[in-house]
Design a protein around this ligand. Sequence first.
Ligand code: SAM
Length: 292
Amino acid sequence: MYKDIATPVRTKEILEKYGFSFKKSLGQNFLIDPNILRNIVSHAYLTENSGAIEVGPGIGALTEHLARGAKKVVSFEIDQRLLPVLEDTLSPYDNVTIVHSDILKADVEAVIAEKMADVDDIMVVANLPYYVTTPILMKLLNDRLPIRGFVVMMQKEVADRITAKPGTKEYGSLSIAIQYYCTAEVAMIVPKTVFMPQPNVDSAVIRLIRHNEPPVTVIDEDFLFVVTRASFVQRRKTIFNNLQAGLQNGKAKKDEILAALEAAEIDPKRRGETLSIQEFGRLADALHPHFA
Ligand code: SAM
């Protein structure tokens, strides 16, 4: 077993050796606590036949723990300055591929086909760059990749919104967008002190496991998300008022919305935050003939 990258002393040594300066704009807050890293990886239940996809390896702190626990690791890193660093720090591991790319522009499906044809399952495990947490998750979920789930660190406030249940103030269109595809739970709360530099916000690790079947079957998935987004534009407004203002740029017909709410058995005076995914599904299907 090699000396961990993520101790404060070794991290400082590596940063000094390469004269590396952090870019705040790339969300560069590196982990410097091997215990936290072991804990994160344990939540992914990797086996010796698993594949792990990482977004943003930094200097390889989490990557090496994935390399020890999985068969294959592919890490996407946007910052070219980190490539020589990673070549050095990860040299003991022959099962890691670093892809120099913005994850949002990468053809992840092709990379999986090329590098992970022989794994049993694939987990995304990452300490995400916080400025693009939601776009990264939505891309990896929408692309219909063969991914079993995610164990990912993010800003705690976003983790709370993603995992929120109906009837809470955190519940909204993001909760539904993610929970449509996955079960979602907070796995760990992480203190600021384990990062270098320390972020300004609190952090949490969430675990998402893909559903075999979505929790509700709808005519048109994209339209379900149009309806959920419209329903939360003004949280204090009723579902009826939000739909009237939000569908077809506010030109939605009152009668048609009321009829759809009735068909879906939803009281027009309710607020979006009280509706379950199943209720949103019924509502989207009832609105679909008029507004999709
Ligand atoms: N995994 C390392 C750790 O835990 O110490 C670094 C995590 S740091 C929070 C986020 C990493 O993501 C940085 O290395 C940053 O350069 C990289 N990054 C930022 N935006 C990215 C993007 N769009 N695509 C790929 N990597 C990105």
